[in-house]
Design a protein around this ligand. Structure first.
Ligand SMILES: C[S@@+](CC[C@H](N)C(=O)[O-])C[C@H]1O[C@@H](n2cnc3c(N)ncnc32)[C@H](O)[C@@H]1O
Length: 385
């Protein structure tokens, strides 16, 4: 058993939040380890050319190692925050390094990208406005352990906003109650109210008001919304800054219409908002009622076929990226600019390479620390041709 416990020198940092070590010619991805550290780590998964391990003892700590603000932020406990053991400055530095490496390796781009805090950042805590609790065998809420279905009971989550942490259902705080009949409990805080939705049994039709840069949108309690309170304003500002006022715009993967709404509010004409999910697109239609925006419910790739009259495409695909079919579809239009919002740097890098093959030039790429204490990071890239 102890053959699995290795002493490892961490020499790098990989996408996914792992320290990287080498052991007898094998690359080992080590959870909860920072570059420069020596750790004792337990190997739990062996593939032919790389292994996965979890830090058990930090023999030589990095100067950037800190005591996690949350006592559950350990790989054997809550699987949510995989970077709380690093200072916030180092977290952002590591994310910059990961983006730069992904762009080089998968995108063929030599770029150094800075990752900055979003407005309203509070030392990386108090930001999560959407929480989906799992249910432990004793009926209390919790989060799953990394790589496991085991639910760790959670009484408090310091990365959640105070409104989410204190949310009540039927007079009892969500984290204090027992939920024997629920499969999960969703808590969502909008700009002014909080909704709690046990599943099954809760009201999934509840909507919350979100106020962003002077506009209001309504979002379903189970629907997609940017989770950090500073995220929607930061991304919407980036879109406004990179879309010319007179441009004809397609807002692809539009969710409930955030970017269309702020663009329409600025006076943008000729806007089309395309979203595949029925509930999100219905909500977008309601959010954009009264404005001159065409709202379409469709798969993006299918909708693109044969259309061409556009100047700027705002592209905010899911984690897997837009992919070749969508990028080729955009390249076949008259568009001269893409504003690409990406939540996965590897998918972004792959898509930038595909776009580059069709003649697009990559301009600015900005990193946003919208998910502090975790390895996740958002980027906005601007492409022109
Ligand atoms: C990252 S979210 C972006 C939402 C929105 N731009 C925002 O910031 O609020 C991606 C959205 O793409 C939608 N989506 C995923 N795959 C799609 C597809 N193939 N066609 C159309 N929409 C899709 C999802 O339902 C989701 O609303």
């Amino acid at each position: 058993m102890n053959d699995d416990l290795l002493e490892l020198e961490i020499t790098g940092f990989a996408h996914g939040g792992y320290g990287v070590a080498r052991y007898e010619g094998v690359v080992v991805f080590v959870a909860a380890a920072l570059p420069g550290e020596t750790v004792l780590a337990r190997v739990h998964t062996r593939r032919k050319r790389f292994w996965f391990a979890v830090t058990e003892v930090v023999a030589v700590p990095s100067p950037d190692r800190v005591t996690p603000p949350c006592p559950l932020a350990r790989p054997d406990l809550c699987g949510g925050c995989d970077l709380q053991h690093a200072s916030l400055t180092r977290q952002r530095g590591l994310k910059s390094q990961v983006i730069t490496e992904q762009l080089a390796r998968l995108g063929g781009l030599d770029r150094s990208v800075t990752v900055a805090a979003v407005p309203g950042d509070r030392d990386g805590l108090d930001w999560r406005t959407r929480v989906r609790y799992s249910i432990a065998p004793d009926g209390h809420v919790g989060f799953r352990r990394a790589g496991s279905s085991h639910v760790v009971v959670v009484k408090d989550c310091p990365i959640a906003t105070p409104a989410v942490r204190e949310a009540e259902f039927a007079g009892t705080r969500v984290t204090a109650g027992a939920w024997p009949d629920a499969e999960e409990v969703i808590v969502a805080a909008g700009s002014e109210a909080v909704a709690v939705c046990p599943v099954p049994g809760g009201d999934r039709r509840q909507v919350l008001r979100e106020s962003v840069l002077g506009v209001d949108l309504w979002v379903g309690v189970t629907g997609f919304w940017q989770v950090h309170p500073g995220a929607a304003p930061a991304l919407a500002s980036a879109v406004l800054a990179n879309v010319a006022p007179g441009a004809r715009v397609w807002d692809l993967y539009a969710g409930v219409g955030l970017f269309s709404k702020v663009l329409a509010h600025r006076g943008q004409q000729h806007l089309v908002c395309v979203e595949g999910d029925r509930r999100a697109s219905d909500q977008a239609r309601k959010n954009l009622r009264g404005s001159d925006v065409e709202v379409v419910r469709s798969d993006v790739a299918r909708w693109l076929g044969g259309r061409s009259d556009v100047d700027t495409v705002v592209l905010d695909p899911p984690r897997s990226g837009a992919g070749r079919e969508v990028l080729d579809g955009i390249s076949a239009t008259n568009a001269s600019r893409i504003v690409y919002i990406a939540c996965d740097p590897a998918a972004l890098a792959r898509d930038l390479r595909i776009a580059g093959d069709s003649g697009w030039m990559v301009g600015s790429i900005e990193g946003y620390d919208m998910f502090p204490m975790t390895h996740h990071v958002e980027c906005v890239a601007v492409l022109d041709r």
